[in-house]
Design a protein around this ligand. Structure first.
Ligand code: AMP
Ligand code: MG
Length: 311
């Protein structure tokens, strides 16, 4: 049985006993386990049906805990920590020998993040250990932005859900590889390229070259997809026979859609999109039309997720 609680202290007790707990953060809900407990970490992969080559992000409640995960905070990583932490930002660093390989999918690096979310921080402090946590959804499904979405996917498969509000950002964290001279954005998020370049001007977006081993294994997996087909449309285009279809975007749209969500900013669009995908699936909608937005600010991360959902 999955226990649902609003108490971060009660939720943390499950982590201490080797259990797995879903908890809210400012990005999406995460599914956590004690990073040093291999058996508990294994339960995350099982519950989510996550491929075992997809590494987990370690979450800390305090800056001091970062040293439990890595022996080498590189100079650029230190700059990003000073400038942004706590934030929707994950830094990839060389992993400490003490971190079990199951947590990092056999990589010698580990993603580290300190969430800003108050309830998440309280929970992490009660856990008294870094907590590895991927998004708390079944693999391949849209990440959960509400506790109800976690319940829908994982009820009976996990020990506890720490109940909070809908998440503020709605998209996963920015992931930046800080293991070499030039920081590389492996996944875009609410902390943007522009933000990072203010701190380290050389920061780049990682582009996968043909035949190269992909640097962030998670990126090769199908992600964020509703069951419905996702179709991207430009702000000008019209949709034929919208009666059985859904639309989400920034503009008013003509036509008798089954479901429509008009957002007033790219931020609101990012906040709403995963929950909208799930609502459409619950209604049995076959096709979701998503308006393309400019790839700047949060629009970059939003377009990344929409393109993957449409693949
Ligand atoms: P999720 O929390 O479900 O969004 O998954 C975490 C994602 O972060 C993974 O799919 C990877 O793309 C990325 N990630 C986590 N750890 C690492 C790492 N050590 N190296 C590169 N990418 C990572
Ligand atoms: Mg995920």
């Amino acid at each position: 049985m999955t226990v649902i609680t609003k108490s971060p202290k009660k939720a943390a007790e499950f982590i201490k006993k080797g259990g797995i707990v879903a908890f809210p953060t400012e990005t999406v809900y995460g599914l956590g386990a004690n990073v040093f407990d291999e058996k508990a970490v294994g339960k995350i992969f099982e519950a989510k049906q996550r491929p075992n080559d997809n590494p987990l992000i370690a979450h800390v409640g305090t800056l001091e805990q970062i040293k439990l995960l890595t022996d080498k905070i590189t100079p650029n990583a230190q700059k990003f920590i000073d400038a942004f932490f706590p934030a929707a930002l994950t830094l990839v660093l060389p992993k400490s020998e003490k971190v079990p390989l199951i947590a990092t999918a056999n990589l010698d690096t580990i993603g580290v993040r300190m969430p800003k979310h108050e309830l998440a921080r309280k929970f992490l402090k009660y856990c008294r250990t870094p907590v590895v946590a991927p998004s708390a959804n079944l693999s391949g499904k849209p990440s959960p932005t509400k506790w109800e979405a976690v319940f829908e996917d994982l009820d009976g498969r996990i020990d506890c859900i720490l109940q909070g509000e809908a998440t503020e950002i709605g998209l996963e964290s920015t992931v930046v590889d800080c293991t070499s001279e030039i920081p590389l954005i492996l996944r875009s998020g609410a902390v943007t390229l522009e933000d990072l370049r203010k701190i380290v001007p050389e920061t780049k977006i990682y582009q996968v070259k043909k035949d190269e081993i992909i640097r962030s294994p998670g990126l090769k997996h199908r992600h964020y997809s509703p069951r419905a087909k996702v179709v991207l449309i430009s702000p000008e285009s019209r949709v034929q026979s919208p009666k059985s279809k859904a639309f989400i975007g920034l503009r008013e749209i003509e036509g008798d859609f089954l479901s429509v969500k008009i957002c007033h900013s790219a931020e609101e669009y990012a906040h709403e999109v995963f929950a909208f995908f799930r609502e459409c699936d619950a209604q049995g909608i076959e096709e979701i039309y998503c308006e393309i937005v400019a790839e700047k600010g949060i629009g970059m991360a939003l377009m990344d997720r929409l393109k993957r959902a449409a693949e």
